[in-house]
Design a binder for this molecule. Structure first.
Ligand code: GAL
Length: 360
């Protein structure tokens, strides 16, 4: 009978037994449908992950079908997981409302939500990019919501353009002329803030990175101790570099940044940078994508959203947007590999999280 088990018969019988047990796997399949615990494709686009008390929480934009899905009809969705592959639907962490006077009325734009935990206040703090209903992408505002428990509900606290009345720490005096620069034009009213992420450094200081100055220049802005507002010091990261979709991480004391160019939902070549200090200066490391010219030109069809430390390494997270049917957007998760001290990303049809558990 034992020898029979190696036979075709055994293979035919095997699926019956497998189907009885829950499917657990360490494998990630970039770009594939990714069912949650209810068998529904995960709905957390432009997202980020918070690890808290041994559990991963994935927050992202809840999209609906069609191009209507490019506006917020539901809110920010949250999922939980202990292994990064099996995700439990934890519901809507921040809900849109029906009050037409609210910033987060159904039909506004809520993008790239990120959540961090403040150990001092014991609050979970969510920041996102907000566009006011009916104004396209003109508002370019940052919005903040707070919760006592990680999955919410999050209480919306308001929106603003960050850093009104404050100059970036690294802006030359000649650029403080409103006739010459966008940063000076917006000095009084606050800086434009679109694509964004949050980052908490080892010392507990948190930073908000956002695409500003008509998307031409990323800013990095330190947050107050409670993580609810800009603290008052910020830097221009890559002046006139045309970067968005920032994803930042730290390795061996250095800061790394992956961004995209500015082509809306359509993919373009990714870019990578390194810095010894979080306020820069940043040094360009080039396109991190390794592969065919086509893969390099479109970043495997995706755009960065977050980098998650895992094991001894890092996971690159991106979105493969489907703007005509937004709910069908896919997730591009790939291991970050290293070429000397440059982060690089290669395509794998599937890959195993275990590959990041040994030193890179
Ligand atoms: C992309 C951006 C997305 C979304 C989109 C709208 O460039 O990264 O988050 O804002 O534009 O066209």
């Amino acid at each position: 009978m034992k020898s029979l088990c190696l036979s075709v018969l055994c293979l035919l019988m095997a699926p019956v037994a497998v189907a009885q047990t829950p499917i657990r796997s360490d494998a990630i399949a970039p770009g594939a449908l990714w069912p949650d615990d209810k068998g529904v494709h995960i709905n957390a686009h432009g997202g980020g992950i918070l690890q808290h008390d041994g559990v991963y929480y994935w927050f992202g934009e809840h999209k609906i079908a069609g191009d209507a899905g490019n506006r917020a009809h539901v809110g920010v969705h949250v999922y939980s997981s202990r292994n990064l592959t099996d995700w439990k639907d934890e519901g809507v962490a921040l809900k849109v409302v029906d009050d037409p006077m609210s910033d987060i009325v159904r039909g506004s734009v809520i993008e790239r939500p990120k959540v961090i935990y403040n150990a001092k206040t014991r609050k979970f703090v969510m920041w996102f990019h907000l566009e006011l209903k009916g104004l396209g992408y003109k508002a370019a505002r940052s919005a903040v919501a707070v919760a006592d428990t990680v999955t919410g509900p999050y209480r919306y606290t308001g929106s603003f353009r960050p850093n009104a009345g404050v100059w970036p720490v690294n802006l030359p005096d000649r650029d403080k002329d409103p006739a010459r620069t966008v940063v000076a034009r917006d000095f009084e009213t606050g800086q434009m803030a679109r694509d964004m992420t949050l980052f908490v450094d080892d010392d507990g200081a948190a930073y908000h990175l956002y695409a500003s100055e008509e998307n031409h220049t990323l800013h990095i802005s330190r947050l107050t101790d409670d993580y609810l507002r800009p603290a008052g010091d910020y830097a221009r990261m890559l002046p006139m570099g045309d970067d968005e979709a920032p994803a930042i991480f730290k390795r061996k004391g250095r800061y790394y940044l992956i961004t995209s160019g500015l082509t809306g939902w359509a993919p373009n070549p990714a870019k990578s940078y390194v810095a010894d200090h979080i306020f820069g200066p940043w040094t360009a490391l080039g396109n991190p994508v390794r592969g065919t010219p086509e893969q390099q030109a479109v970043t495997f069809g995706g755009q960065s959203t977050f980098v998650l430390p895992y094991g001894d390494g890092h996971i690159f997270m991106g979105d493969i947007w489907r703007p005509k049917d937004a709910i069908d957007g896919r997730y591009l998760w790939l291991p970050i590999e290293w070429e000397n001290d440059k982060p690089v990303i290669r395509w794998y049809d599937t890959w195993n999280l275990k590959t990041l558990e040994t030193p890179q």
